[in-house]
Design a protein around this ligand. Structure first.
Ligand SMILES: [Zn+2]
Length: 147
């Protein structure tokens, strides 16, 4: 069990839990005890995406498919207005809670930003939320109905 091949991000979770991490002995660093190798998860990229009924479906380049309910995806919008963001003093600044209408959960389009993120445009005019691939993929574990 010393040779560990990391093929996708989910493998890292297994790796992290099976190795002993000592953050306190190495402040600020993340050392895997047995391998002494710094591992960063490879980021999967979406190769195609489409809306099917009330689901946003992503096919990833590692063959994985993720299904995001549109309403869940919108409610998890990562933009500053919806999620808040820390100000200069680390306090969370957040406006009033978002008001949703049925149009809030209709996806008009999904724009690819460079080669690192997808940005949804919702039918109520909201389109600030940007989903970096890594975050979108990671969110599939909590959002996806079939993952
Ligand atoms: Zn938002």
């Amino acid at each position: 069990m010393n040779d560990v091949v990391i093929s996708q991000s989910s493998s890292l979770h297994r790796l992290s839990s099976s190795f002993i991490v000592h953050p306190s002995s190495f402040p600020g660093s993340f050392i895997l005890h047995r391998s002494n190798v710094l591992v960063s998860p490879p980021v999967a990229h979406p190769v195609s995406w489409q809306t099917v009924s009330d689901l946003f479906v992503v096919v990833w380049d590692d063959g994985h498919e993720s299904y995001y309910p549109l309403e869940t995806l919108r409610r998890a919008c990562p933009c500053a207005a919806c999620s808040g963001e820390p100000d200069l003093f680390g306090r969370m600044s957040k406006g009033p809670p978002p008001r949703y209408t049925p149009a809030s959960f209709q996806l008009l389009s999904m724009t690819q930003i460079g080669n690192y993120a997808l940005q949804p445009m919702w039918a109520d005019g909201h389109g600030y939320g940007m989903w970096p691939y890594e975050r979108l993929r990671r969110s599939a574990h909590v959002m996806s109905v079939e993952d």
